[in-house]
Unconditional design. Structure first.
Length: 338
């Protein structure tokens, strides 16, 4: 394959412009749009100045398309990924990878067999503050111990937002709810930091706003909008994850407690990020050290990682399919009811 990569963005809703912006920042990359609604594809194509096709099937049969970028609701992911792999195309997929672990394992097996590239859009892995956290805890999955904070016993992962952008995000039948839309990001970070999940359970799950105004209409919704989960990682760390679709202004943070101190990090630049060490360790001074980071376009970084993987035929450095399989297995455990 030449260094030039043609990517078909499938799904022309709210996420697509973010992906398009990220792809446009990468030299040697061209874009075509597709949606099950040709009207949506045409509208976004005219707005973005990009070519579009009548149906997604056209991009799978087009030999000039190297990869697909799937920005559709979760229930459609598995079938679209299967179509991509059958047509010899690499894929990027918005989170979560698919609905069930067995689907994820099938995708992983087919990627291994075919040599195709797959990547899943867990955008928070590209946030500088959260990258810093992963570096601090990169030894924990194997040892249970951070070289800076020592044994890591407890972590709290929190995310909240209002939702109400699309009706499907608040209906169970279409894969909506706080678990699929929000909690998955925090579960992914927990696995990235601390390794596989040994045990998982939901402590609280509620629907607090059964009626919502969505795109000017009051709608009845049935997907949960508040959830608290507890994870015991195989490394020994206990993790509490809280997610909601209730918070008027977006909020997110990670707080980790080790024997030698605390790490606090957030994707929100207004939130404090810091490292507190009881005793100086591994180059860090004792006491509280504020952490400051330069602005970073997360979608540009995410899509650059994917395109580089396609160009070099190497597995992405993060957001790999194997990570998503671990996440799906944890999700299945969480959703199982006694």
């Amino acid at each position: 394959m030449s260094s030039r990569v043609k990517v078909a963005v499938i799904g022309c809703g709210k996420q697509a412009p973010k992906h398009i912006s990220g792809l446009r920042s990468i030299p040697e990359t061209s874009i075509v749009l597709a949606d099950v609604s040709s009207q949506f594809a045409r509208s976004l194509g005219e707005k973005e100045g990009l070519p579009w096709v009548q149906q997604p099937s056209e991009v799978f049969s087009d030999p000039s398309v190297d990869a697909v970028d799937i920005c559709t609701p979760t229930p459609s992911h598995f079938d679209l990924i299967q179509m991509a792999l059958r047509s010899g195309k690499d894929f990027f997929c918005e989170k979560p990878l698919c609905e069930r672990p067995e689907q994820g394992r099938k995708i992983a097996s087919e990627i291994h067999r075919s040599g195709r590239i797959g990547m899943v859009g867990y955008i928070y892995r590209f946030a500088p503050a959260l990258e810093m956290g992963q570096r601090l805890f990169q030894d924990v999955p194997a040892t249970g111990v951070s070289k800076v904070l020592g044994p890591v016993h407890l972590a709290h992962f929190r995310i909240g937002g209002r939702g109400s952008h699309q009706l499907w995000k608040h209906r169970r039948a279409t894969g909506g709810g706080a678990i699929n839309e929000m909690l998955v990001h925090m579960l992914d970070l927990a696995i990235w930091y601390f390794g596989p999940v040994a045990e998982a359970r939901i402590l609280e799950e509620k629907l607090l706003r059964p009626r919502r105004e969505i795109q000017g209409r009051v709608e009845e919704v049935d997907a949960e909008d508040f959830v608290v989960a507890e994870l015991l990682m195989k490394s020994g760390t206990t993790v509490i994850c809280q997610a909601d679709l209730l918070t008027p202004g977006f909020t997110q943070f990670v707080e980790v407690q080790g024997e030698n101190g605390t790490f606090m990090g957030s994707i929100d630049p207004e939130m404090p990020s810091f490292l507190y060490c009881g005793q100086g360790s591994n180059g860090w001074a004792p006491g509280r050290t504020p952490l400051k980071f330069d602005p970073k376009n997360l979608f540009e970084a995410q899509m650059a990682e994917f395109v580089h993987a396609v160009q070099t035929r190497t597995e992405p450095g993060r957001c790999r399919i194997s990570d998503s399989v671990l996440l799906l297995e944890a999700m299945e455990t969480l959703k199982a009811r006694p």
